[in-house]
Design a protein around this ligand. Structure first.
Ligand code: DHB
Ligand code: FE
Length: 280
């Protein structure tokens, strides 16, 4: 049977991808950011997933005002890195897992969550930066990846509670897939940041650290934070944190926090990162 064994939460700041691609990871500015991922790189080498369900948001690369799915699952064989204005990142193509993706699609829709099926999609920094942070710069990504896109760009975003419950539905779907697969689920984005308007540059360390404190052991209550509280406290792009709740909902009630990292600043955001392992 397929099993979700662990969850990873991480920011997906585009400038982190640019730092990697341009050989800047050892500079004074970036060194402390990448140091926060040393543990996780080693951990994932020893806990290699077969498939990662990678929950992220598209930033007007594949979707725009012409089409805004709230939840979309990538069912294709492969996904190309998106051109976000400077050419596609020099990273491997993403190899999908259509059998599991279609199974999740069927199971989750039948659990009353509407998903949009995507059979062709370029994937942007929201998906490729987390892969680079965990896997470095390989010739090919070492596992298959199911892109799971969430709209947090165009109002209204889904609530944290709905995301958390969706995570539980994804979990049931994986549990009922009849193939031995080690599956991880990653939630990306966050932490506090606002990229535009009078509050551009907003960082809220207290909110971020409270969120990190509660994610492992107090997720049921954490999921009840209304979307406006994210916007008010963590900035307009801080709402990306609801994607961490999809990841958390897909894990066991009891999890072990293996690693936590928080750093300010990276570009315009606070970088947060956590590795959670399922406890039976
Ligand atoms: C920035 C961060 C993000 O997470 C993002 O999606 C876009 C921009 C930034 O810090 O510039
Ligand atoms: Fe983002």
């Amino acid at each position: 049977m397929a099993r979700i064994t662990a969850g990873v939460a991480t920011s997906h700041v585009p400038a982190i991808g640019a730092a990697i691609d341009n050989g800047l990871t050892g500079t004074d500015y970036w060194k402390p950011v990448f140091a926060g991922y040393d543990f996780s790189k080693e951990w994932i080498r020893n806990n290699q997933p077969d498939v990662v369900i990678l929950v992220y948001n598209d930033h007007a690369s594949a979707f725009g005002m012409n089409m805004v799915p709230t939840f979309a699952i990538g069912c294709a064989d492969e996904f190309a890195p998106a051109d976000e204005g400077w050419g596609p990142r020099p990273v491997p193509k993403v190899v999908g897992c259509p059998e599991l993706a279609w199974h999740i699609m069927q199971s989750v829709i039948q659990s009353d969550f509407d998903l949009t099926v995507i059979n062709e999609m370029a994937v942007d920094h929201g998906l490729t930066v987390p892969l680079s942070l965990l896997f470095g710069q390989p010739q090919a990504w070492p596992c298959r990846v199911i892109p799971f896109a969430v709209n947090v760009v165009v109002y209204p975003p889904p609530s944290g509670q709905r995301c958390y419950q969706l995570g539980k539905a994804i979990r049931r779907a994986v549990d009922s897939f009849d193939e031995d697969l080690n599956v991880q689920i990653w939630g990306t984005g966050g932490m506090s940041h606002q990229l535009q308007g009078p509050r551009a540059g907003l960082i809220n360390k207290e909110f971020d650290n409270a969120f990190l404190d509660r994610l492992a052991g107090d997720a049921e209550a954490l999921a009840k934070i209304p979307h406006l509280d994210y916007v008010r406290e963590a900035g307009s792009e801080g709402i990306e944190l609801v994607m961490w709740l999809i990841m958390r909902g897909a894990l066991n009630a009891k999890v072990r926090e293996l690693h936590r990292f928080y750093h300010v600043p990276a570009s315009n955001t606070a970088v947060g990162h956590m590795v959670l392992e399922n406890v039976d």
